[in-house]
Design a protein around this ligand. Structure first.
Ligand SMILES: [Zn+2]
Length: 59
């Protein structure tokens, strides 16, 4: 198995990891209630998806 010959510095690791970043989740405005919701998910505010009521939201 190929193995690294030398340990590399913390700086080198951290420099590489500067490119790792959490992505913002894809959101959209609900066409029924105008609330922000996740795409391809039932709206947690009004319970609508694809133009019809799927669930009844709690209170
Ligand atoms: Zn909604």
């Amino acid at each position: 198995m190929p193995n690294p010959k030398h340990r590399h510095s913390k700086t080198r690791t951290r420099k590489r990891r500067t490119h790792y970043k959490a992505e913002r989740p894809a959101t959209m405005v609900c066409p029924n209630c105008q609330e922000t919701k996740l795409q391809h998910r039932i709206c947690p505010n009004c319970g609508y998806y694809n133009g019809r009521s799927i669930i009844t939201p709690k209170a």
